[in-house]
Each structure stands twice: as structure tokens, then as C-alpha cells.
Design a protein around this ligand. Structure first.
Ligand code: PLP
Length: 426
């Protein structure tokens, strides 16, 4: 990689800071001294406004499973653009995307499209409340479901008292939320036994916003069993995992079928998207026939739908196999370097996602994830950046592979990671 300096990014950032809070449109994108401004992306590569090239492992935080500007997707989008960008009427591309979701995702008898994952979780929670006539939702500590007021709570103290992780969320909303622990069935059972007002559990079946944390054996199966026993709806938030770990998401891989799920990221093929999907008897409670309101000017947008359909059509078992193989190579390479250098760290992964936790021997829930050294992660981030590799700028996020990553990018990542752990040990 040529190092051309980053003055273009620096200047733009200063201008941006004058006109938008923190100089970014979403806070995860900020890092010190200033974020890099993207110029263009192609395949696994992103080029910044100064002409520096990076192999991208952030991949826009998950949507770009085919890499940047995949030609097949771009062609489908171009074709749709000739016919219009938004109609305010139902359309054929929209039908195509909903049909693919219902064909691929086990719990999806029906699906309703939205423009973001945040809207999808907002609608799912409202639908669960409307359908059951109950008020409370159980979420996991460290689970993230978008900037949705109803779910922006984590647990505090040993009893995981719900506390909003943003100012501006009314205190009283904490009355309608309960917090449980990932990979800890008992923490769910205890809440459901004591409280008859629980409408639903919403959970990322693989935690993807505290690094990546896969479920322990039997956890999702157990959660299915106890929610059914208590008449509580089970909602999988598969905004990250849907069409990423398999076309049918974690529910396909695990065989555990939730009552509802939320989707986003990949289904938009690089454009803004979300969806709520689920059992027919639940979904039919949505307006216009049902009494639960859910709406959006851009919901089912035809450009998004064209890109989403093209993306889904390109994903094959061979592609998923390749994604998994390269991720496994990276994880093995990293783990070997960690072992050889004697530092304390572990690497979690699930299919095409991975993350390293410094200072931990294992990470299976949010408490353990929070113990990881975020400073050390940011040192890694900067080291990788200077080696032409863009990881997500927070250890609480996840590295994503796309089908555009290959043996070469894999080897380079492992080598640069090896340099970092060796240097840290000198
Ligand atoms: C990204 C994400 C969301 C929010 O989706 P947006 O499109 O950013 O609103 C919801 N849930 C999970 C699990 C996510 O990772």
C-alpha cells in the first residue's frame, strides 16, 4: 500500500464537525484523531479520499456480503433506476424480495419490509405487544437492536436492573423491559416465572454487537422451550445474521424456529433495508387488516428490493462455504500467533464473522466481552490501518468477510496481525 497521507480526510472531518455532531452520521464511525473518508469501494477494497487503499473488514458493519459494488447487483440497480426510485404503490421488485425472504427464512410465513433494522425491531416489538396484549419485553444485556427507544437498555448490577444506555429515553420505559444474560437460560426462566406480563424475548441468536459471541450448545433450543412454555413470543433479531450465516439465518442453521424475526443489512444489497417476518397468525395483526400500525414512505423501496434480490440470488452454498473457510483460516492464523507470542487473548467467530478479545481466555457473554482491553484493540486497529487493513474501529463490533475476500487478503491479514502481537510482546 502506498501511504499518501490523510489530509483529505482530516480537512473534510474538520468541515463536517462544524455542521454535524461529531463529524459523523452514526457514532460508531468516529475514531481519533479523525475518521477516514471513503472515496470508493470495489470488492474487498475501499479507497479513501486521499487515494489510500485498504482491505475492508468492516464492510459497512455487515450489509456487503458480496463486497463493494458487486457488478451483478449494480446492473440490477441500474435497470430499476430506469423505471423509478420510489412509487408509493406496491411493486414487483418488492414482491420479489418478500418472496425470497419467505422462501428462505424458516419462521417467515409473511414479511413486512421497512427501511432500516431499527424500524424492524420497533415494529416487531409493537406487534408482539399488540398480538399478546402484554407489555414487557425481555432483551439480553449487551444486545443491540438499533436506535430503538424501547430496546436501548442494558442491565446494571447483579440483578441486571434495566438502565437506558442513552439520555432522552424516558425513565418510565424501563418498566416495560427486563434484562437477561446471553447463554444463561436461568436468567430468562427466572423473569418469565415471576412475571405474567412478558410479551416477547428479543435476542440476537449470535450476539453480534459485543464482538461476536456464538450460543452455547442447547441455549437457543432451551430458550425456544421456555418461551413456548410461558406463552412468550420468541423474536430473533437476525439483522446481522440473516442471509449471512446461511440464507435462512441462525434459525436455519440451528433448527430453532422463532415466532418472529427481524432482518436488515444484507437484504438491502447495500441499500437501506429492514424487515419483520414471522408466523402468519401474528403478522396478520399488522395494519391494514390488523390493529397494529407499521408504515414507512420508503418501505419496500424498489431500488433496495432490486439490489436485495440480486444479492440473495448470487448467494450459493459454495459461497457460504468459501466465506467460512477463509474466516476459519484467519481465526486459526490469529490463534496461532496469539499462542506463539504468549499474550492473553482469544478469538471468537461464527461463519463469516470474527473478533479478537485482548486480555480474555474466553468470551461467552457481555460481562466477559466488556472485560476485554478496548485500548489494546484500538492499538491493533491503528496497526492494521497502517498496513492497509480497515477493521471496525471498536472492539465491540465485528469483522466481516465478503465473497470478494480471498486467499491473498487472508494471508495479509494474518501476517499483519502476527506483527502486532509480536511487537506488543517485545
Ligand atoms: C444493525 C443492527 C440493527 C439496526 O439496523 P439499522 O439498519 O442500523 O437501523 C438492529 N439489530 C441488529 C442486531 C443490528 O446489528
Amino acid at each position: 500500500m502506498m501511504n499518501m497521507g490523510r489530509n483529505g480526510s482530516k480537512d473534510l472531518y474538520e468541515e463536517m464537525c462544524d455542521i454535524t455532531p461529531g463529524g459523523v452520521s452514526s457514532p460508531v464511525r468516529a475514531f481519533k484523531p479523525y475518521p477516514i473518508f471513503a472515496g470508493s469501494g470495489s470488492g474487498s477494497t475501499i479507497i479513501d479520499v486521499d487515494g489510500n487503499e485498504y482491505t475492508d473488514y468492516c464492510m459497512a458493519y455487515g450489509p456487503l456480503i458480496l463486497g463493494h459494488s458487486n457488478q451483478y447487483v449494480i446492473t440490477a440497480v441500474r435497470k430499476q433506476l430506469r423505471n423509478g426510485t420510489v412509487y408509493g404503490m406496491p411493486s414487483e421488485p418488492e414482491y420479489g424480495l418478500i418472496k425470497r425472504i419467505c422462501d428462505c427464512v424458516p419462521c417467515a410465513d409473511e414479511a413486512r419490509l421497512t427501511s432500516t433494522g431499527t424500524e424492524a425491531t420497533m415494529h416487531a416489538v409493537r406487534l408482539a405487544r399488540g398480538y399478546t396484549g402484554r407489555n414487557k419485553i425481555i432483551k439480553i444485556d449487551g444486545g443491540f437492536h438499533g436506535a430503538n427507544d424501547h430496546l436501548m437498555f442494558n442491565g446494571v448490577g447483579p440483578d441486571l436492573e434495566p438502565k437506558a444506555f442513552s439520555a432522552g429515553v424516558p425513565e418510565c420505559m424501563s418498566n416495560n423491559i427486563r434484562i437477561a444474560r446471553y447463554n444463561d437460560l436461568e436468567s430468562f426462566g427466572n423473569i418469565m416465572e415471576k412475571d405474567e406480563d412478558i410479551a416477547a424475548v428479543i435476542i440476537e441468536p449470535y450476539m453480534g454487537n459485543a464482538g461476536i459471541i456464538p450460543p452455547k450448545k442447547g441455549f437457543l433450543e432451551g430458550l425456544r422451550r421456555i418461551t413456548s412454555e410461558h406463552g412468550v413470543l420468541l423474536i430473533f433479531d437476525e439483522v446481522i445474521t440473516g442471509f449471512r450465516v446461511a440464507k435462512g439465518g441462525v434459525q436455519e442453521l440451528s433448527g430453532v424456529k422463532p415466532d418472529m424475526c427481524t432482518l436488515g443489512k444484507i437484504i438491502g444489497g447495500g441499500f437501506p433495508a429492514g424487515a419483520v417476518a414471522g408466523r402468519r397468525d401474528i403478522m396478520e395483526h399488522m395494519a391494514p387488516f390488523g390493529d397494529v400500525y407499521a408504515a414507512g414512505t420508503f418501505s419496500g423501496n424498489p431500488v433496495t428490493a432490486a439490489a436485495g434480490c440480486a444479492t440473495i440470488d448470487l448467494l450459493s452454498p459454495a459461497q457460504y462455504g468459501k466465506l467460512e473457510r477463509y474466516t476459519d483460516s484467519i481465526v486459526k492464523g490469529m490463534t496461532d500467533h496469539i499462542y506463539d507470542s504468549g499474550i492473553k487473548a482469544c478469538v471468537n467467530s461464527a461463519l463469516s464473522m470474527f473478533q479478537v478479545f485482548f486480555g480474555c481466555n474466553s468470551v461467552s457473554d457481555n460481562d466477559e466481552s466488556k472485560k476485554a482491553s478496548r485500548d489494546r484493540y484500538m492499538m491493533l486497529f491503528r496497526h492494521m490501518l497502517s498496513n492497509g487493513i480497515y477493521m471496525p474501529p471498536s472492539g465491540g463490533e465485528v469483522n466481516f468477510l465478503s465473497t470478494a475476500h480471498d486467499r491473498h487478503t487472508t494471508d495479509r491479514f494474518i501476517e499483519a496481525f502476527g506483527d502486532f502481537v509480536r511487537r506488543g510482546n517485545e
